[in-house]
Write a protein that binds this ligand. Structure first.
Ligand SMILES: Nc1ncnc2c1ncn2[C@@H]1O[C@H](COP(=O)(O)OP(=O)(O)O)[C@@H](O)[C@H]1O
Ligand SMILES: [Mg+2]
Length: 293
């Protein structure tokens, strides 16, 4: 399957330019759409899900314009929005049956599919419990199950790990990895570690613009040799902070241990270290904010 996002811009009433000439092409695999709050992630996902119309540009799903033929895409779409409403009095099974009916799935097929999905998201044992009593992670898994009811070729999940505890996050990542064969999955987040392990491609977005789109390996290679570990006396920290882009710092007995992103070695004692995705993300966003560092 192929999804082509061609020069998509979105200006909301009131004048906010939420997407600015956004261009990206996707094939099967997991795309991590990574960017800070307000970057335009939800806007892009709503456009892809045919909920919002772009102001200009177009989106093609297997060559077909989703604005002219929205049903071609909707049939093959599974969407878990950022804010996902549930009916607290329905149990998981009833809720999924209800949504399957809305999506037009024949009841017999729906029942089979729901049983398999409940198993997959590990909710079979609580399927008769009202959703109102579910934890954040359990609700999220119901959300994933509903997005998969029609066995979608395009699965869009917006900020799925918000509100999940660390253990639930890991479980969610594993679930995505299991689903990732033979479909296009788009997962948005502002948390680097959410997509570090599962994404086959990462798109960095900020201020409505695509900053970089590449495999995690390529993104890391691009800053190879530019990440340094450097321990300095505490009193020199303020000056270093002015001069360098710092991705982390740890106070130690002998001073401050900094992780610095720079093309030049910051000092003779600074050691080159292996880049992490967090470093690349920081650098891409710092560049956009026009930092003088
Ligand atoms: N319905 C709307 N009307 C006006 N502005 C909006 C609307 N939705 C989002 N925005 C603005 O568009 C920008 C991008 O928002 P959004 O797509 O929600 O970003 P993200 O999901 O990355 O946090 C923000 O500046 C936001 O305030
Ligand atoms: Mg959002």
């Amino acid at each position: 399957m192929r999804l082509q996002i061609q020069s998509v811009s979105k200006k909301y009433r009131g004048g906010v330019l939420a997407l600015d000439d956004f261009q990206l092409e996707l094939n099967n695999g997991v795309l991590g759409l990574l960017g800070p709050n307000g970057a335009g992630k939800t806007t892009l996902m709503n456009i892809l899900a045919t909920i919002t119309k772009p102001t200009s540009g177009q989106v093609l799903w297997d060559g077909s314009d989703i604005r002219k033929r929205p049903d071609d895409l909707r049939r093959e779409l599974g969407y878990l929005p950022q804010s996902f409403g549930i009916y607290p009095n329905l149990n998981a099974q009833e809720f999924l049956e209800y949504l399957a009916a809305i999506k037009g799935l024949p009841m017999r097929l729906a029942k089979q599919r729901i049983a398999a999905l409940l198993e997959m998201v590990n909710l079979t044992h609580v399927r008769k419990r009202p959703l109102g009593g579910f934890s954040g992670g359990m609700k999220q898994r119901v959300g994933i199950a509903q997005a998969l009811l029609n066995d979608p070729q395009l699965l869009i999940v917006d900020e799925p790990t918000a509100g999940l505890d660390p253990e639930e996050r890991v479980r969610f990542r594993n679930l995505v990895a299991d689903l990732s064969e033979d479909r296009v999955i788009i997962l948005s987040t502002h948390i680097v570690s959410d997509v570090e392990a599962t994404a086959t491609k990462i798109a960095l977005i900020n201020q409505g613009r695509l900053l970089q789109a590449a495999t995690p390996e390529e993104i890391l290679q691009a800053i190879e040799g530019q990440v340094w570990q450097w321990t300095i006396p505490s009193e020199e920290f303020e000056a270093a902070k002015e001069k360098y882009l710092i991705s982390s710092m740890v106070r130690q007995s002998d001073g401050m241990r900094l992780r610095i992103i720079d093309t030049e070695q910051p000092g003779p004692a600074a050691e080159k270290v292996t880049p992490r995705l967090e470093d690349a993300y920081l650098k891409a966003n710092a560049g956009l904010n026009g930092a003088s560092k």
